[in-house]
Design a protein around this ligand. Structure first.
Ligand code: HEM
Length: 254
């Protein structure tokens, strides 16, 4: 894996590099969650994958809604408004295919996802520059690891080529590497903002990572529960097990 922490240059770090450095510890924590490790090993089950997509859907819907709204009047946010990266519709297409047209009613929304959405709405209303921490954490992450994750998902979930994998397919982006370079250049522009603002972006990116970790941990809890439920042991009875750990409520239309 690439080293995300070292800089050999003596020049002062640009903001993009500072942000990467300041999130490297929490990034490592996210990579080490049981859910992500299982995903990378190819042992994720289709149900938990659907739950992951359903958890991310309201998050992207909120992020894209707030970015679009704020970009109209806020020149800093406008620099991070990339409609070509929007993931809400690809997520809907994947969910439709993998969970059926009724997915919004049948797949529960996890409490961790609701808390993540609440945070996005809160920062957008109170300190919009923090939204950049969320935009960074999800989109630059998706652009960085998406292709590898798509191949793993395709293999381990037994999906027909590309079916249900629109989330990883940035078909409106002609060149992923150039998109990442542009994104990082926009991050570097933030270096001219007051220190308090750049500190907020860094702080919020760490918060965004923690929200993602909370989703993975809830999915893990759920994975363990379904594993136990499916054990072929006479003393394991589904009726005796507690309700799912995710505090699920039926998904509302977003
Ligand atoms: C599946 C486990 C993961 C692996 C193996 C992984 C690996 C990587 C690697 C190698 C890079 C550097 C790519 C490059 O320099 O071009 C990267 C970047 C990034 N990843 Fe991950 N990642 C994982 C999970 C995540 C998660 C769960 C998130 C957040 C939700 C995330 C967010 C990011 C971000 C924001 C970047 C950009 C860093 C920067 O350049 O500032 N990653 N990841």
């Amino acid at each position: 894996m690439k080293n995300r922490t070292h800089s050999t240059s003596a020049a002062p770090l640009g903001f993009a590099s500072r942000l990467r450095l300041s999130t490297s510890a929490v990034h490592t924590r996210a990579e080490k969650t049981t859910f992500i490790r299982g995903f990378l090993r190819g042992t994720a089950c289709p149900a938990s994958y659907v739950h992951l997509l359903a958890a991310l859907h309201p998050v992207y819907a909120a992020m894209e809604d707030e970015t679009r709204r704020l970009a109209a009047t806020d020149p800093v946010i406008a620099r991070f408004h990339f409609p070509e990266l929007y993931r809400t519709l690809p997520l809907e297409r994947d969910l439709m295919l993998l969970a059926g047209p009724d997915w919004a009613r049948t797949v529960p929304v996890m409490a961790a996802s609701q808390a993540y959405v609440k945070r996005i709405r809160h920062v957008a209303a109170t300190e919009p520059v923090r939204l950049i921490g969320h935009i960074y954490t999800r989109y630059l992450g998706d652009l960085s690891g998406g292709q590898v994750l798509a191949r793993i998902a395709e293999r381990s979930l037994g999906l027909a080529h590309g079916a249900g994998l629109d989330f990883y397919d940035f078909d409106a982006v002609p060149d992923i590497a150039s998109m990442k370079t542009l994104f990082r250049a926009r991050l570097d522009e933030l270096g001219t903002l007051p220190d308090a603002a750049t500190a907020s972006v860094i702080d919020e990116a760490n918060t965004a990572f923690r929200h993602n970790i909370a989703i993975f941990e809830q999915l893990e809890g759920n994975g363990l529960l379904s594993f136990i439920r499916n054990l072929p042991l006479p003393w394991v009875r589904a009726s005796r097990l507690p309700a799912p750990a995710w505090g699920g409520v039926p998904a509302a239309a977003n």
